[in-house]
Ligand binder design. Structure first.
Ligand code: MP5
Length: 442
């Protein structure tokens, strides 16, 4: 039997399942560590805010921590909601007694409203627990409160991080919802700063801070360096935000499984495109089908929303004498043309996720007919101004085919526009096989 790292969260419960121990345990589970928990407070909460909270007696908090530590021996823990000075002191005693590594997420209030910490507890946290921790992960607002410095830009964030570092923390990570999406890591031993670049992603963020600090603790327990842990955790939270779902009427909770599903489907699509590219580049006569503009072969992840979700050959497949070669690597977001064909087809049938373009000739269309492929067409002369040809043409061909996606969509070109055939299918290997069959016959 394999041995999983054990990680503990010391935090509040959120009845709405979005933040606190719910977010932490979901994160631990997604990151392959065994999650344990010590509950500090039971909040009656939903996506619209905290209604009431009931703090557990401090000794019940330390009892839970002891029960976990004396059996499961977690090497890392994270704290979330620590509502009172008494609870913070119990936690500090436990950190000294059991000596686990500690990540502090200095939770002060709920995003949707409601304080999660008594006023007097803040100085206890700073004076008695912060000096015992390895990493603290405040957002900009929390960093302002702890450091007393107001933060408008990266320079202010650096000053605040230094002040917080002086309280006895090894690493301060200021998370960047307000720093244009970038995070700042301050290493107080070497006085170094590292920026982890990011982007502001759209989606629900309830539980994002909890998820981030839980991911850091999980990564550290798997022996990631702090920089690797922050890089990974940032990406994990971005994916959790992008994949959030509005399960209630307030702020949508993040979805920890989003990133993993996304990476898994990207990996699957990447491999599929790679095999498909091998099929056509290894074919003895595929070059005969390559149009002037080159061929591309694209496949989208399920639920693709933009060309970023579609993998293709970055510089297309081109003819080189009597062979065909790829120019550039397979990657997501590198094809606009063929990727748009896929996205347009997916609007009609989400199962059709791959496309490949080849040159047009009457002979090739006849071969397609003989192969019993379904065929539709559009006329470039009819194209309205200010539309994307791929979106418009592909939709036209599908609409005139009674709304279902045919195997082949072609057009005979226009002034300065090369005529083209597109092969569509469920995955890129399928369309590459069809292309190879056509090439066999030409
Ligand atoms: C029990 C508990 N812990 C932490 C948070 C903060 O999370 P958020 O700021 O995303 O609401 C919360 N709302 N509830």
């Amino acid at each position: 039997m394999q041995k999983m790292p054990v990680v503990m969260t010391i935090a509040g419960s959120d009845s709405g399942g979005g933040a606190g121990i719910a977010a932490d345990l979901k994160t631990f589970s997604m990151l392959g560590v065994h999650g344990t928990c010590a509950i500090t407070s039971v909040t009656s909460q939903n996506t619209r805010g905290v209604l009431t909270s009931y703090d557990l007696p401090p000794e019940v908090v330390s009892d839970q921590i002891s029960a976990v530590c004396e059996d499961l021996n977690p090497l890392w823990a994270k704290t979330g909601m620590l509502p009172s000075s008494d609870i913070i002191r119990e936690v500090a005693d436990c950190v000294r007694r059991y000596n686990f590594g500690l990540v502090i997420d200095p939770v002060m209030s709920a995003e949707a409203g409601g304080s999660l910490m008594r006023q007097e507890a803040l100085s206890t946290l700073i004076d008695e627990l912060v000096p015992l921790c390895d990493v603290i992960t405040p957002n900009v607002h929390e960093a302002e409160v702890i450091s007393g410095i107001s933060i408008a830009n990266m320079n202010d964030a650096k000053k605040a991080a230094r002040v917080i570092g002086k309280k006895g923390v090894n690493y301060v990570i200021i998370t960047g919802g307000h720093l244009k999406g970038s995070d700042l890591i301050y290493d107080s031993a070497s006085n170094d700063y590292t920026m982890i670049p990011g982007k502001l992603v759209k989606g629900g963020t309830h539980g994002s801070g909890c998820t981030y600090s839980a991911a850091i603790a999980a990564c550290l327990s798997r022996n990631y360096s702090l920089e690797e842990a922050s890089f990974f955790s940032k990406n994990f939270v971005e994916q959790a935000i992008i994949n959030s779902s509005s399960v209630g009427r307030g702020v949508a909770p993040v979805n920890q499984s989003g990133g993993i599903l996304d990476s898994a489907s990207r990996y699957h699509v990447f491999r599929n495109v790679k095999k498909a590219v091998h099929l056509v580049t290894g074919h003895r006569s595929f070059f005969r089908l390559i149009p002037e503009v080159g061929t591309n072969l694209a496949m989208a992840i399920p639920d693709a929303k933009s060309t970023e979700d579609v993998a293709a050959v970055s510089g297309r497949i081109v003819r080189l004498e009597n062979t065909q070669v790829t120019v550039g690597d397979i990657d997501f977001g590198k094809s606009s043309h063929v990727a748009r064909i896929v996205l347009a087809a997916m609007d009609f049938d989400p199962d059709i996720r791959a496309a490949l373009n080849i040159k047009y000739s009457k002979e090739i269309i006849q071969i397609c007919r003989d192969m019993d492929l379904s065929i539709s067409t559009f006329d470039r002369q009819q194209e309205p101004k200010n539309v994307s040809t791929m979106d418009w043409g592909v939709s036209e061909a599908i609409i005139s085919f009674n709304g279902s996606v045919p195997d082949i969509i072609y057009d005979e070109g226009g002034v300065g526009k090369e005529a083209m055939i597109r092969i569509l299918g469920k995955n890129s290997i399928n369309v590459a096989r069809i292309a190879s069959n056509i090439a066999d016959q030409i």
